[in-house]
Write a protein that binds this ligand. Structure first.
Ligand code: KIV
Length: 296
């Protein structure tokens, strides 16, 4: 018994030592210096998409609450629950990616009380996330500190934060006035001081993305924040042409996968209609005895 325990635990530590998964300190240390390659983050919501994203060599997979509008057909992210985020995080983690897995804390999972926020963050870690992401600036400092105090790494998210869509009156670029830009700069400093290991900067003028990046000692990951942030993040379905709607200005769509998939499915429908699928190689054959018996 003792030997078995020793062996399995040794194996566990060999696995841990060999793990290729990027860690939070490694990402934290990848603050871009002139000439360094930028960090990459892409969303995934299930095991197959996590496998595809990971095979491309991205640094971080974001289990975004964008699952609400991107996958579940809802108008925005506000209806996404912590249970749904746990469900999708478990699926992404099942891919055992090399990329760091960051899971979004959905709206109202970190707004009610510190205790509830820490428990919700822990449920995402137990589902397989390496870190959690939450939206907001100075008003989030105490909750960020409490989650980090529970040994859970936190990524911040500033600018056009989708959970604030009602408060903003729509998906509007943020930080456009001098005052609003200074407010976002102060928010970036506040969440960095609270302990965030990185922060997403979304939907701000490029010069503000640059200045927040210069002012921060942790990596900034931009989405619609210009080319100077320390990294870039995109929603997988936008990048692959699977979103259905016209993607926002800041998206580069690399392929029209929806069209490719529709063509493939049309070929399948035609093959079935014409009796061309399945053929003999796609069918299980029976023994002569069974065939004779059944056809007698
Ligand atoms: O949920 C999400 O996909 C995000 C990205 C837009 C950064 O938070």
């Amino acid at each position: 018994m003792y030997v078995f325990l020793l062996t399995s635990s040794t194996r566990h530590w060999v696995d841990v030592m060999n793990a290729r998964r990027l860690s939070v300190p490694q990402i934290r240390a990848m603050k871009r210096r002139r000439g360094d390659a930028a960090l990459t983050m892409v969303t995934a919501y299930d095991e197959p998409t996590a496998r595809i994203v990971d095979a491309a060599g991205v640094d971080m997979i974001l289990v975004g609450d964008s699952v609400g509008n991107v996958v579940l057909g809802r108008p925005d992210t506000l209806s996404v629950t912590i249970e749904e985020m746990v469900h999708h995080t478990t699926a992404v983690a099942a891919a055992q990616p090399s990329a760091l897995v960051v899971a979004d804390m959905p709206w109202m999972s970190y707004h009610v009380s510190i205790e509830e926020s820490v428990r919700n963050a822990a449920s995402l870690i137990r589902a397989g996330a390496d870190a959690v992401k939450l939206e907001g600036g100075m008003q989030r400092v105490s909750v960020i500190e409490a989650i980090i105090d529970a040994e859970i790494p936190v990524m911040g998210h500033l600018g056009l934060t989708p959970q604030s869509v009602r408060a903003f009156g729509g998906f509007k670029v943020q930080g456009k006035s001098v005052e609003a830009a200074h407010h976002l700069l102060s928010s970036a400093k506040a969440i960095e001081a609270a302990g965030c290991f990185a922060m997403v900067i979304e939907g701000v003028p490029d010069v503000l993305g640059t200045e927040i990046t210069k002012a921060s000692t942790v990596p900034t990951i931009g989405i619609g924040a210009g080319a100077d942030t320390d990294g870039q993040v995109l929603v997988l379905h936008d990048l692959l042409g699977l979103s259905g709607a016209k993607p926002p200005k800041f998206v580069r769509q690399y392929v029209d996968l929806a069209d490719i998939a529709t063509q493939a499915l049309k070929a399948y429908v035609a093959d079935v209609h014409q009796g061309a699928f399945p053929d003999a190689t796609e069918t299980y054959s029976a023994s002569e005895e069974l065939t004779t018996h059944l056809q007698a």
